[in-house]
Design a binder for this molecule. Sequence first.
Ligand code: UTP
Length: 275
Amino acid sequence: MRIRTAVIPVAGKGTRFQPVTKAVAKELLPLVDTPTLHHIVLEAANSGIEKIVLVTSKGKSSIEDYFDSDLNDEVLKKIQIVSIRQKNPRGLGHAVLTAKPLVENEPFAVLLGDDVIVNKGRPCIGQLMDVFEKRNGSPVVGIMEVPASETHKYGIVSGQRVDDHTILLDKLVEKPAAGQAPSQFAIPGRYILTPDVFPILENAQPGAGGEIQLTDALQALAKKRELFAFQFQGRRFDAGDRFGYLEANIYFALQREDTRESTEKLIKRLAKELL
Ligand code: UTP
């Protein structure tokens, strides 16, 4: 079955990015001049997704306003964007469950609203959609290798390697304590899920940080069916973190033809002046 729908949770409080997130949605903060979320929606659209379900919350109506405005973007014009509110943001698992009424009992993609992944070839979520097809409709999570000192920030997975880039999972742990991570393979924020994750989420108990964790639900799912992890091609920025955001801005400014030269000069001048 083809993946047509993508869920993008954007309801989080953004405590790592305060004070700006007290009044502004971090998902709309710009990379040069284009919101983080715009790039993520384009990744989905360019992968063949037809419908986006945004999970929003109180104080985030500017996100809907943004996509209702005349954006003059041919790719965006082709995609349907709908939204649903997560009244009380209780974690990523809860955000995904909130999207259930708009997902229509089909397999679906999930892209986190503050995680930017760029790739010259097939976009990250498209790569996972291809693995989903190759693996006969089994759910897939995107993974990347992180230093041992950073495993406590992510969902970490382990299992049995089935090819160069793919692992059949048996273990998924959210934010393991130092020294407890089963591997250095982290889930940054791209998933292809099947609707049988919803009943698990409906009965889920709060996990790490007192939140309903998607990783815990996927651990339960992996006991019932095959669940794969795919080491995707692409460069990832955590735009929900100050330095990840700064890095993404510099990267985009240096990549774009219209801003490259001026940015290069600016960085050199500031480095000379301040360092
Ligand atoms: P984060 O882990 O970055 O959580 O969520 P957060 O609450 O937004 O930010 P911090 O950690 O407090 O700084 C990853 C994505 O999931 C969404 C967020 O909006 C973000 O895009 N999310 C998170 C929800 O939609 N609902 C939630 O309950 C939690």
